[in-house]
Design a protein around this ligand. Structure first.
Ligand code: PAF
Length: 292
């Protein structure tokens, strides 16, 4: 069956009002469309946990730091609707920009401590735009649960913190990164890679795995962990690293690995920016955990 296409906030309120009166748990999967298997995993998880699943498809202008990136972002609503129908999504909310932003915004949601480094440093205003639109979507859909990919680890951490700080009544469900067989994390941006760039792209994952290996074999010096990854990327001259860091749960770079850390990276291949990350735990913590 096809997913109901909703384009106005009033239609969403009507739809979710009925679902709630029927006793359904409402799950929301916020996306910018151009859906792929990574989004499929979010939807499938929502489908197993919720009686009513709403996917939002909105290319959010206020989270783009570059106008050209916003303009060339792929929009293919027909394909997204088919993708959602095949996964038994109940409704797709795909508003026009004027519906979401009828006038310039005077109110924003910002989580500066978590947005300071990594993507936030290189994409000024990006996470303020993300947090603001996600807060708006939560107010519109009023979901019980919302599903986000771990591939966007900094985004996920910011949304979790926003929900906690603002007492939003929504459970944030992190969903593991979906990868191509060669390790490349699924992303709408992968479709922009030339065949040569696509062949080079998995080096980012291989680099993170090398860093992870350094951590699990006992390396605690973050600089050496990073060198292990950068050494792998050096073998791929087409890739330009934007950042590669070892961070804590607050997305702050650390000098020493302790407990659970996240290896995070952004890199360019031609005009396409890729991000990826891996969580890993230092060996001492694993060895000292009770029950091991
Ligand atoms: O991850 C995305 O696709 C976007 O940043 C989101 C969460 C839908 C907000 O526009």
């Amino acid at each position: 069956m096809s997913a109901r296409l909703l384009t106005t906030i009033a239609q969403v309120r009507e739809f979710t009002g009925v679902a709630r009166r029927q006793g359904h748990v409402i799950g929301c999967v916020p996306t910018m469309g151009d859906l792929h298997a990574g989004h499929g995993a979010l939807i499938e998880r929502a489908r197993t946990e919720c009686g009513s699943v709403v996917v939002t498809v909105f290319v959010n202008p206020i989270q783009f730091d570059r106008q050209d990136d916003y303009e060339r972002y792929t929009r293919r609503l027909e394909g997204d609707l088919e993708f959602c129908a095949a996964r038994s999504v109940d409704a797709v909310f795909a508003p026009a920009v004027e519906e979401m932003y009828p006038e310039p915004m005077a109110t924003f949601v910002d989580v500066p401590d978590l947005a300071r480094h990594l993507c936030g440093e290189f994409r000024p205003g990006h996470f303020r735009g993300v947090a603001t639109v996600v807060a708006k979507l939560f107010h519109i859909v009023q979901p019980d649960a919302a599903y986000f990919g771990e591939k966007d680890a900094q985004q996920l951490a910011i949304i979790q913190r926003m929900v906690r700080d603002l007492n939003m009544a929504v459970r944030i469900v992190p969903v593991p990164t979906v990868r191509e067989p060669d390790g490349l994390a699924m992303s709408s941006r992968n479709r922009r890679l030339s065949p040569e760039e696509r062949a080079a792209a998995p080096v980012l994952y291989r680099a993170l795995r090398a860093a992870e290996n350094a951590v699990v074999t006992g390396e605690r010096d973050a600089a050496k962990v990073k060198s292990a990854a950068l050494g792998v990327i050096a073998g791929e001259p087409a890739m330009r690293v934007e950042y590669l860091e070892v961070v804590d749960a607050m997305m702050q770079p650390v000098a020493e690995v302790s407990g659970t850390v996240r290896l995070v990276a952004a890199a360019w291949l031609g005009q396409t920016r890729l991000i990826d990350n891996l969580a890993c735990e230092d060996q001492r913590r694993r060895e000292h955990r009770p029950g091991r």
